[in-house]
Design a protein around this ligand. Structure first.
Ligand code: AHR
Length: 516
C-alpha cells in the first residue's frame, strides 16, 4: 500500500515538473468571430489496392467465414462507422493509373486476374470493383472519390466509366450497370484525373499533364445534377510548380481542386525512413517537426494557386498524407505495412489542427491509408483486428467534422527542443460543432513535461467542460493483438471556474475538450 502511495506521489510530481515552474500558455478562442466551416471531408480516408489494405483488411468476400456484409468485414465496418468516415478515395494511388474499370464488373469468377505491378507484384483478382466499392461507401455512409486512370488509360475508357456509374439513361453502359445489379445511378462525388503524374502516374512535366487533363476532362460528360467535382493531380512536398502550372493552364470551370501529397518520413531519407517503433527521441522530434512542415507547404501551394486564381475558387485537396516508415521486418516491402504508435496519433492531431487553419481552401484530405497500409486506422490479421492510436485521434476529432472554425491565438507557447530541432510545445485548434458546443483540441509535443494552458473564450462564459486525453507511458506505445487497448482515450478533467478554463495537458498527449 505504502509503495503504491509513494508511486502515485512520484508520478504526480513527475507530471507537474515543468508545469510547476513554467508560466501557463494562454490560448484565446474568439467565439464571436466564426471562420469557415471545416468540411467533414478533411477527415477523408484512402483505400488503395495495396498489400492487405483492401483484400483481407476490409474485403473478405461474401463466402468468407469472417462475418461480413456484401463481402466487407463487419468488425472493420463497425469500427470505421464510429469514425463517421465522410469520404473514401479509391482505387489508388499509383494503382489507379494501371486500373481498367471493366476488369472489375460482372461475375466475380469471370473477372481477369492482373498483376499489381506497383505493389509487390502480387495477383490482383479484381474481386473488388466498382459495385463493391460503392457497397462499401454506402455501408459507411461515406461520399465517393473515384481516381481515374490517365497514365495507361484513354479518354474513352475514363469517360465510359463515368457514364457507367452515373447515367440514368437507357444507354448500353447504363443498362450494363443495371444488368450487373445496380438500377439507380451511383453518386460519384469527386473524380480525380490521374495520380502523381510527376511519378508513378506517367513521369510527366506539369505542362504536359495540364494539356492531358484538359483533353480527358473534355469528355467527362454527365447530366449537371450528376457532375462530380473534378480534381487535377498536383505536386508533392515542397514542389509548388504543379500548383502554379495547373492553376495557370486549367480554368476553374474545368477543375474544382488541385491535389497535393505530403508524407512524413522521420529521417527525411526515403531509402532509410526510420522505424515505426523502437525509435529514439531524435526521431520523435524529427517526425513531429517534419509533419509540421505541412503548414508552410500548404501556404506555398495556395500562394502559387492564388496568383492565377485570385477569386480563390480552386481548392487544395491533400489527398495523401501521413507517416511513411520502413516496413515491419519480414513483411513484403511492397505492402507498406507499418505499426502505429502514440507518435502517429500526435502526427494526426497536429495535421488536423493545421488543416483547420486552412479550412476555406483545404476542403478535403485523405489519410494514407485506411487499413493495414502506412498510417492505418485498423490493423488486421486474418479474423483478428485492433484499432491504432491514429484511429483514436480520428475518433476524438469527430466533432470537428462540419464544425465552424474559430480563431485561436496562442501566447507564451514554449519550445520543445532536442539538438538543433525545435518545435512549439502546444498546438491548438477550436471550432463550434453542430451540437452547439465549442471544441478545443490541444497537443503537447513535449514527451517530458505537462503544460498548463489557460483558455479564454472571448464572447462566451464557460459553464462546464468535459474532455478526453490520449497518451501513454512511452513515445512508441502501440496497440497489438495481445494488448488491443494499451493506447486509447480516457476521460480527462479540465477546470472550469469563474468563466475561465484551465487545462493541464500531459506530456506527449492529445486532448479534446467540449465547452458549454
Ligand atoms: O499511398 C501509397 C502511395 O504513395 C500511393 O499509391 C501513391 O500515390 C503515393 O506515392
Amino acid at each position: 500500500m505504502k509503495f503504491i502511495h509513494t508511486r502515485i506521489v512520484a508520478l504526480s510530481l513527475a507530471m507537474a515538473v515543468g508545469s510547476a515552474f513554467a508560466a501557463p500558455v494562454k490560448v484565446t478562442i474568439d467565439v464571436a468571430r466564426p471562420g469557415p466551416v471545416i468540411n467533414k471531408n478533411v477527415y477523408g480516408q484512402f483505400a488503395e489496392h495495396l498489400g492487405t489494405g483492401i483484400y483481407e483488411g476490409m474485403w473478405v468476400g461474401p463466402d468468407s467465414p469472417i462475418p461480413n456484409t456484401k463481402g466487407w468485414r463487419n468488425d472493420v465496418l463497425g469500427a470505421l462507422k464510429q469514425l463517421h468516415v465522410p469520404l473514401v478515395r479509391w482505387p489508388g494511388g499509383c494503382f489507379a493509373d494501371e486500373y481498367h474499370w471493366k476488369d472489375g464488373i460482372g461475375a466475380r469468377e469471370k473477372r481477369p486476374t492482373k498483376v499489381n505491378t506497383n505493389w509487390g507484384g502480387v495477383e490482383e483478382s479484381n474481386a473488388v470493383g466498382t459495385h463493391e466499392f460503392f457497397d462499401l461507401a454506402e455501408l459507411l455512409g461515406a461520399q465517393t472519390y473515384i481516381n481515374g486512370n490517365l497514365g495507361s488509360g484513354t479518354p474513352q475508357e475514363m469517360s465510359e466509366w463515368l457514364e457507367y456509374m452515373t447515367s440514368d439513361s437507357k444507354s448500353t453502359l447504363a443498362e450494363l450497370r443495371r444488368k450487373n445489379g445496380r438500377a439507380q445511378p451511383y453518386k460519384v462525388d469527386y473524380f480525380g484525373i490521374g495520380n502523381e503524374a510527376w511519378g508513378c502516374g506517367g513521369n510527366m512535366r506539369p505542362q504536359y499533364y495540364a494539356d492531358l487533363y484538359k483533353h480527358y476532362h473534355t469528355f467527362m460528360k454527365t447530366p449537371e445534377s450528376a457532375r462530380p467535382k473534378f480534381i487535377a493531380s498536383g505536386g508533392n512536398d515542397d514542389d509548388t510548380s504543379w500548383s502554379g502550372t495547373l492553376s495557370r493552364e486549367i480554368k476553374p470551370n474545368m477543375m474544382d481542386a488541385i491535389s497535393f501529397h505530403y508524407y512524413t518520413v522521420p529521417t527525411g531519407i526515403w531509402e532509410k525512413k526510420g522505424a515505426a517503433t523502437g525509435f529514439g527521441e531524435n526521431e520523435w522530434i524529427s517526425t513531429l517537426s517534419r509533419t509540421l512542415r505541412i503548414d508552410s507547404l500548404i501556404k506555398n501551394n495556395l500562394a502559387a494557386i492564388d496568383k492565377n486564381d485570385p477569386s480563390k475558387k480552386t481548392g487544395l485537396y491533400v489527398d495523401e498524407w501521413g507517416t511513411w516508415y520502413d516496413v515491419e521486418p519480414g513483411t513484403n516491402t511492397g505492402f507498406l505495412f507499418q505499426q502505429n504508435s502514440l507518435r502517429d496519433a500526435l502526427v494526426a492531431a497536429l495535421n488536423f489542427n493545421i488543416f483547420h487553419q486552412h479550412a476555406d481552401r483545404v476542403r478535403m484530405t485523405n489519410i494514407a491509408q485506411m487499413v493495414n497500409v502506412l498510417q492505418a486506422m485498423i490493423i488486421t490479421d486474418k479474423d483478428k483486428y485492433f484499432l491504432t492510436p491514429t484511429y483514436h485521434a480520428f475518433e476524438m476529432y469527430v466533432p470537428f467534422q462540419d464544425a465552424t472554425a474559430l480563431p485561436v491565438a496562442i501566447s507564451g507557447n514554449g519550445k520543445y527542443s532536442l539538438g538543433k530541432v525545435s518545435i512549439p510545445e502546444v498546438s491548438a485548434s477550436a471550432a463550434r460543432a453542430k451540437d452547439g458546443k465549442v471544441y478545443l483540441s490541444l497537443v503537447n509535443t513535449n514527451p517530458h513535461k505537462a503544460v498548463d494552458v489557460n483558455v479564454a473564450l472571448a464572447g462566451k462564459q464557460v459553464a462546464s467542460v468535459t474532455g478526453r486525453v490520449l497518451t501513454a507511458g512511452k513515445m512508441d506505445a502501440v496497440n497489438s493483438f495481445a494488448q488491443p487497448q494499451a493506447v486509447q482515450p480516457v476521460a480527462f478533467n479540465a477546470k472550469a471556474q469563474g468563466g475561465k478554463l484551465t487545462v493541464s495537458v500531459p506530456a506527449k498527449a492529445v486532448v479534446v475538450v467540449a465547452v458549454e
